[in-house]
Design a protein. Structure first.
Lengths: 103, 129, 119
């Protein structure tokens, strides 16, 4: 089995990328929220429950520069989501066997 | 050992092409199909997956005459000629849209989300558009 | 590690090309080799030298060209996608080249990772 890094770049309020990823990501994979995907990391958003539910078997990351750009530095993120910068993004790609973008 | 065998077997990677978008509304379905047809020539292990609105790409009876766009749905039939045989359609996506395998233009393997999870996790390269 | 990148969107409507650029830059800083960036779909517009963003805006066509030349990245524009969008040799920014879709598959075969940026 390949260790997968799933990339989500759309808001869960716009598209079903995050939903589909949460349905189809194998246990042990990681999910990185980038671009408008970072809205899925906000703890008070109605999408947070679905993310929290898969915290047990997936690891979640969010791209800090995209969080800051959208004015969300003052907005609480879901507990357990790790914030990375672009260097961290690169490390995640290197540490996982495959990157799958949910376009 | 013959001289041409010295290099050992070519490494074959598992390529998966993931389609999640409906045809015509955007160009992604058509341009993804173009990639798959090229990829088939590369002696790699190719599979094509249709999930979410991607399943609509395979709907039978597409008729684009009145919208003036090229109907490329028949090209999916060519996948078999190109030896692209691993074609997976997610069961849940079909059902959500009120479709079934009989509505599709080619024979496919309908797989439940749980099985698709396993298939996706066995790939080396995943290309989506 | 050898990394390939696929960019499916142009430089303005979507963030995809920006993200891909920042990622490529960071990968190089981390000591990885970005061997090829393949531009597909509207991504071929990243190679249009006639593009003139406002002076206070980033210029991704320029940035990709410079990053490619400085680091020996093969910047490949898909010929099929380019032709239908009017991207031809005459408007191609230096550092880019036009070639076939096979170059994308090859990038998947020859690199340790392929990362896709799109819509």
């Amino acid at each position: 089995m390949s260790k997968m890094l799933h990339l989500i770049n759309k808001s869960p309020f716009d598209r079903n990328n995050l939903d589909s990823c949460l349905r189809l990501a194998a246990a042990g994979s990681s999910v990185l929220l980038i671009e408008d995907g970072v809205y899925g990391a906000m703890s008070k958003a109605s999408s947070a429950g679905a993310v929290s539910k898969r915290m047990e078997d997936l690891t979640f990351y969010v791209l800090g520069p995209d969080v800051s750009a959208r004015g969300l530095d003052d907005t609480p993120l879901i507990d357990g989501i790790n914030v990375v910068d672009y260097g961290g993004f690169v490390d995640l790609v290197a540490e996982h066997d495959v990157a799958q973008s949910w376009l | 050992m013959e001289p041409w065998e010295e290099e050992g077997p070519e490494v074959v990677k598992r390529f998966m092409y993931v389609n999640r978008k409906a045809p015509y509304g955007t160009i992604y379905a058509l341009e993804c199909l173009e990639v798959v047809l090229i990829a088939a020539a590369f002696d790699q292990d190719v599979s094509v997956v249709f999930v979410d609105d991607g399943v609509c790409q395979l709907k039978k009876n597409q008729d684009t005459a009145a919208i003036g766009m090229k109907n490329f749905s028949n090209t999916y039939r060519a996948l078999d000629d190109y030896d692209v045989e691993k074609i997976y359609v997610e069961k849940e996506s079909l059902e959500e849209r009120g479709l079934s395998a009989e509505d599709l233009i080619i024979p496919v393997e309908v797989v439940a989300a749980g099985n698709l999870r396993e298939i996706m996790a066995q790939q080396d390269v995943v290309i989506s558009s | 590690m050898k990394i390939g990148i696929l960019v499916n969107e142009g430089p303005f409507t979507h963030q995809a090309s920006d993200s891909a650029y920042r990622f490529a830059e960071a990968a190089i800083v981390r000591g990885h080799e970005v061997s090829r960036v393949f531009f597909y779909n509207d991504g071929v517009f990243n190679a249009n030298k006639l593009s003139e963003p406002q002076t206070d805006d980033r210029n991704l066509v320029q940035l990709w060209s410079e990053l490619g030349k400085a680091n020996g990245i093969d910047l490949v524009v898909c010929i099929a996608a380019a032709l239908r969008r009017g991207i031809k040799e005459e408007v191609l920014k230096d550092g880019f080249r036009i070639s076939g879709l096979g170059q994308l598959v090859e990038a998947g075969i020859e690199n340790d990772r392929l990362v896709v940026f799109g819509d």
